[in-house]
Design a protein around this ligand. Structure first.
Ligand code: PA5
Length: 696
C-alpha cells in the first residue's frame, strides 16, 4: 500500500487581504521563513512519499503557477473547474489515486498551514498512515492552547486497541463553538482543534462519499471511466456544479464509522489572519514584527508587511496591522484582523460596467478597431488599383521604410512579411549604405511628419527607386514634385487606426512588384472572426478579460525575434496611445541575456509589472523551452505573467490574430483607465511646439 500526499490548495485566505488575493491566494504568500506556504507544505511531506506520489488539487486557474512553483508534472496537479469546498476536491483526488493504485493510502494536507517541528509532524503522519492502513478515517487533532472560536473541535473517545494512547476513536465533531463552549472544552480536556489534515485509504473515502454524498458520488462515477481521456475535462466541467458544496468534515467525517483522531504535539499555525501572522513572526521587545523596512518611533505591538524598497514609518501608534501591496494598503486594529474578510470582499474587482464605459469612446475607436478587417480588404483593392510604374520600381533587393509611430510600424511588419530585406528607419536621415538596389519607401499617414519627410528627401539623393504612401499632406506634394509614385489612402483616421490601409495597400502593391505572394485570405478570415468575437457585443470576451488583467499594471509585452517582436511592439504602442499608460516590450531570446537579470528587483522597483508572452506555433522550439523556464523564474520571483495564444492555422494568421487582439485590449484598457482612447494630445502638442522651434 503506497502512500500519496494530496495538497489542497483551495484556501482563499481572504482575511490576509490585501496580500492574499484571488490571483495570488494565501498558499502563495512567503510566510514560511521566506518560502511560500505551499512550497513549505510540499517540502515537509515529500520525504514521506517521494516526488512521484505528491499531488496537488487546485482550481484550474491556479494549476499552472503551482505546477511551475513546485516543478511537478501536469498529471500530478489535479484541477477543479471551481472550488466546491473540501469534500468534492478530496473525492476527485481519491478517485484519481484509486484508479492508479487501488490500495493507495492518501494523506490530505492544507497548503496554507505553518508547522514548527517537521520531524514530529512526519512521525505523526506515519502513525496516521498505520491507522489508515488498519481501515480508519484519520484526522489529526491539535492540542488547543487557548479557547479559540475560529476552529472546529474534535472530542476524543476510547483509545484505538491497535494504537493505545496514541490514537483514539472520535466521539464527536463540533463546529466552531462560542467562547463559553470553547472554554468548557479546554477545562474538560480531551478536545482538539480540527486542522483539516486527514489520512485514509482512497478506496475507503470513496465508499463513504458513496454513502453520504450521492451527487458527488454520481459525478465521480461518471468521471471514473474517463481518466486520461480527452473527455475528462469537459465532463468534469459539466458535473462539477451539480455536486454538493460541502466540507469533508460535515459531509463525511461527522457521520462515518471508524473515525480516529491522532493528537498532535507539533507546533501548528493556520495563519488565519494578520494577528496570526504577527504571532509567528520574530518580534522585537516592543512587539514590532516587520517584513520589509520599518521606521518606528514610539510604536508598540504592530505588524508591518511592506513592499520591498518602500519603508513604512510609524509614530505614536500601537496595536496596528499595516499591510502595503500594489493593489491596496490596509491599516487595521491588529486585534480585529479577523474582520478583514468583509473588506476583501468589498475590494474584490467587480466586473466593469462595460456599457457605461463605452460612453468614454465618443470618437468611436472601438468601431475603428472593429472595422480593421474590412479596412484590410479595402486596402488590398486599393493596392491593386494604384498607379504603379513597375518599370521604375522593380529591380530592388532591399526596402528602406522611413516612417514614424503609427505609420512606422508598417516597416517592422513588412520586415516580417516580405521575403526580402526590409529596414525600418525612424529618424531624420537614412543610412549611408543605401544605393540603387534599395527601394525607398516613405510611410506617413498624415503625410506631414517631419522626420519622415526629411529622411525621404535624404533617401531620394541616394536611390532613384522610391514610393510613398499617405492620405495626402506634404509627402504627396514632395512625391509629385520629384516624380515619385505616390499611393493615396483615405484620410480621417488616427494613424494607428489606419494600419490596415497602410500595410495591406503596400502588401498588395508588393504583390504586383513580384515580391510578395502569400495568400492573405486565411488572415482576413481569422481577423473577421475575431472582429465578431472581440467586439463589445461579445461581452466578457478574451480581449476584455486581458484588459482587466492588465488594468492597474505595467505591461511588459514579450514577442519573439523574427516573428512576433513587431506585434509585441504594436501592443506596447497601442497601450501607450489608446490606454494612455506606460507599457514596455522585449523580444526573445534576447531578453534572456539581459532583461532576465532585471527581474531580480522588478518586484521592488516595478511591483505592478505584468509580463505577457505572445505565443504562436511557429516559434523555434528552443524559444518555447526558454518560455517554460522563464515562467518558472517569474513565478519564483512572485511576478505576474500570462501567456496569450495566437489563433488561426498558418503563421501569418497567427501573427495578425495577436496583433488584432492587442488593438482590442488597448482600447478596452483605455476604457478601464477611464480615458478616451482616441486623442493623443501630447503627440500633437509636441509637433506644434516643434513647428515653432527655429533651427535644425
Ligand atoms: O499615432 C500617432 O498619432 C503617431 O504615432 C503618428 O503616427 C506619428 O506621429 C507619425 O505621424 P504619421 O503617421 O502621420 O506620419
Amino acid at each position: 500500500m503506497s502512500v500519496y500526499a494530496v495538497i489542497m490548495a483551495g484556501g482563499k485566505g481572504e482575511r490576509l487581504w490585501p496580500a492574499s488575493t484571488p490571483a495570488r491566494p494565501k498558499p502563495f504568500l512567503p510566510l514560511a521563513e521566506g518560502k511560500t506556504l505551499i512550497q513549505a507544505t510540499y517540502d515537509r511531506v515529500v520525504p514521506l512519499t517521494g516526488r512521484a506520489r505528491m499531488y496537488v488539487i487546485a482550481e484550474r486557474r491556479l494549476a499552472e503557477p503551482i505546477r511551475v512553483l513546485l516543478g511537478l508534472p501536469p498529471e500530478q496537479v489535479l484541477t477543479e473547474p471551481q472550488g466546491r469546498n473540501t469534500a468534492p476536491a478530496i473525492g476527485l483526488a481519491a478517485l484519481v489515486l484509486a484508479l492508479q493504485d487501488p490500495e493507495a493510502i492518501m494523506m490530505v494536507l492544507p497548503a496554507d498551514h505553518l508547522i514548527g517541528d517537521e520531524e514530529e509532524f512526519r512521525n505523526t503522519l506515519s502513525l496516521g498512515v498505520e491507522a489508515a492502513r488498519a481501515g480508519y478515517l484519520v484526522t489529526l487533532g491539535i492540542e488547543p492552547t487557548y479557547p479559540a472560536t475560529g476552529y472546529g473541535y474534535i472530542q476524543r473517545g476510547e483509545p484505538l486497541p491497535e494504537f493505545p494512547q496514541r490514537a483514539f476513536r472520535v466521539r464527536r465533531f463540533t463546529e466552531k463553538p462560542d467562547g463559553a463552549t470553547a472554554e468548557g472544552f479546554l477545562s474538560e480536556g480531551g478536545y482538539y482543534w480540527n486542522a483539516g489534515i486527514f489520512l485514509w485509504r482512497a478506496a475507503r473515502i470513496l465508499e463513504e462519499i458513496d454513502r453520504f454524498l450521492p451527487r458527488l458520488s454520481a459525478a465521480l462515477q461518471r468521471l471514473r471511466p474517463l481518466w486520461g481521456s480527452a473527455a475528462w475535462e469537459g465532463t468534469l466541467r459539466e458535473v462539477w456544479d451539480q455536486v454538493e458544496e460541502i466540507s469533508i468534515d460535515y459531509g463525511v467525517m461527522e457521520r462515518a464509522e471508524r473515525v480516529a483522531v491522532i493528537p498532535a504535539s507539533f507546533d501548528w499555525h493556520d495563519l488565519g489572519d494578520w494577528q496570526g501572522v504577527w504571532e509567528v513572526l520574530p518580534k522585537d521587545e516592543r512587539g514590532l514584527a516587520a517584513q520589509g523596512e520599518h521606521l518606528a518611533e514610539d510604536t508598540g505591538r504592530t505588524l508591518v508587511w511592506g513592499l520591498p524598497g518602500k519603508p513604512v514609518a510609524t509614530l505614536g501608534v500601537s496595536g496596528l496591522a499595516i499591510v502595503d501591496t500594489p493593489e491596496a494598503l490596509l491599516v487595521a486594529d491588529l486585534a480585529r484582523t479577523q474582520e478583514v474578510r468583509a473588506l476583501a470582499r468589498r475590494a474584490r474587482k467587480t466586473p466593469p460596467d462595460w456599457k457605461e464605459l463605452y460612453q468614454l469612446d465618443p470618437s468611436g475607436m472601438l468601431e475603428e478597431v472593429k472595422k480593421f478587417p474590412a479596412q484590410c480588404r479595402e486596402a488590398l483593392a486599393l493596392g491593386k488599383a494604384a498607379e504603379l510604374p513597375l518599370d521604375k520600381l522593380s529591380g530592388f533587393s532591399r526596402v528602406l521604410c522611413v516612417g514614424m509611430g503609427g505609420s512606422g510600424i508598417t516597416g517592422d511588419l513588412l520586415a516580417r512579411l516580405l521575403p526580402l530585406e526590409v529596414i525600418p528607419c525612424r529618424g531624420y536621415r537614412v543610412p549611408e549604405f543605401i544605393g540603387e538596389e534599395t527601394l525607398l519607401l516613405a510611410v506617413s499617414y498624415s503625410g506631414n511628419t517631419e522626420e519622415t519627410l526629411s529622411a525621404f528627401r535624404d533617401g531620394l539623393s541616394k536611390t532613384p527607386r522610391a514610393l510613398a504612401i499617405s492620405s495626402g499632406g506634404k509627402l504627396r506634394e514632395l512625391a509629385e514634385e520629384r516624380g515619385v509614385p505616390w499611393i493615396g489612402i483615405p484620410g480621417g483616421h488616427q494613424p494607428r487606426a489606419a494600419l490596415g490601409y497602410l500595410l495591406f495597400t503596400l502588401l498588395s502593391a508588393f504583390r504586383r512588384l513580384g515580391t510578395f505572394n502569400a495568400d492573405l485570405e486565411p488572415v482576413l478570415e481569422v481577423l473577421e472572426a475575431l472582429s465578431r468575437k472581440l467586439a463589445p457585443a461579445a461581452a466578457g470576451n478574451r480581449a476584455q478579460e486581458l484588459a482587466r488583467a492588465l488594468h492597474g499594471r505595467v505591461p511588459l509585452i514579450c514577442g519573439v525575434h523574427g516573428n512576433t517582436a513587431p506585434v509585441a511592439f504594436r501592443w506596447k504602442t497601442q497601450i501607450n496611445e489608446n490606454a494612455k499608460q506606460p507599457a514596455f516590450w522585449a523580444e526573445l531570446p534576447e531578453l534572456c541575456h539581459n532583461e532576465i537579470v532585471g527581474y531580480e528587483l522588478t518586484e521592488r522597483v516595478l511591483p505592478t509589472s505584468q509580463v505577457v508572452f505572445l505565443r504562436t506555433d511557429s516559434d523555434h522550439p528552443r524559444v518555447a523551452a526558454r518560455i517554460e523556464i522563464l515562467r518558472e523564474v517569474l513565478a519564483r520571483r512572485g511576478l505576474a505573467y500570462l501567456e496569450v495564444e495566437a489563433e488561426g492555422e498558418d503563421e501569418f494568421s497567427q501573427l495578425f490574430s495577436l496583433l488584432y487582439l492587442g488593438d482590442w485590449v488597448s482600447v478596452y484598457l483605455a476604457l478601464l483607465n477611464r480615458v478616451d482612447p482616441t486623442p493623443v494630445r501630447p503627440i500633437q502638442e509636441l509637433k506644434d511646439r516643434l513647428a515653432r522651434y527655429k533651427g535644425g
